[in-house]
Design a protein around this ligand. Sequence first.
Ligand code: SF4
Ligand code: MG
Length: 329
Amino acid sequence: PSPALNVRGLSVTFGTRQGPVPAVVDVDLDVAPGELVALLGESGSGKSVTARAVMGLSTGNASVTAEQIRLGDTDLLALPESEHRKLRGARMSLVFQDALSALNPVLSIGDQIGELFRTHRGMSRRQARAEAVNLLGQVGIPAPTRRVNDYPHQFSGGMRQRILIAMAIALRPELIIADEPTTALDVTVQAQILELLDSLRRELNMAVLLITHDLGVVSEVADRILVMYAGRIVESGTADDLLSRPGHPYTQALLRSVPQADTRGQELYAIPGSPPSPANQPSGCPFHPRCTWAVDECKTTRPLLTLLAGGRAAACHRTEEVLDAAVTG
Ligand code: SF4
Ligand code: MG
């Protein structure tokens, strides 16, 4: 199927007193209708900046360039801001981590959801209220007919996140970008919210780009995974391939740092060091100071994202060996 979202060569560069600082470099990404793609990386890797750029939201004093950003057959790069704004919420929407600050504290949930239908669909107050009740039911809010009159603070964190998702899907967008939608929630509620996103994208044939730092979160629901490090995609492929046989040492390290049933009670692996700041990138492979596979070449030569068998890709000088190691254990 032709992608719902199609991005080629996206770069975002911040202007600073020290000069231009690249936060996102040459990112390609596609999400097909009904597909859930995870954009995975530690905080500061450029994931949220990528999301904002795709949505056409302000990225501060950054310059955004791309060869292509398309939503279905619409060329987003050619759209004036006023047109872009109309698409947001209608054809693509964003779900944030912090539902409490994304919702208006002094409006009932029904009024907030209803507002979308009244503005975009020209519905009457009564029709909009009825739609809001339907939506709340669809995202699993119990007793929606009663709860539609409640205010955000009267809901639990998990329920508030469901309400944000209800608002995001209200106008049946082709694309949802969920930026760390479950980070603030406890593990059980996280799983429930992911299940909800997972079932809704199938039901509504929506493309979902799920942004997260938590590989545990994506392993159950993602069809494909893009791993981001220091502003670039360093590995991409199906979730099955990446999780069973990572081809990049960074993906491998992220996997090792996810709690597994058989590692319970053991001390969890933590990747040494921290990701580089965009203003101060290491030479060669940006992962080399933290990489257990690093060789001399890694300090001088940046590996390019290279297509491998099976439609996957990795940016590492030693991918073949890393893949072999995964197989032989
Ligand atoms: Fe590690 Fe070298 Fe591969 Fe970078 S290129 S991930 S430093 S082995
Ligand atoms: Mg972020």
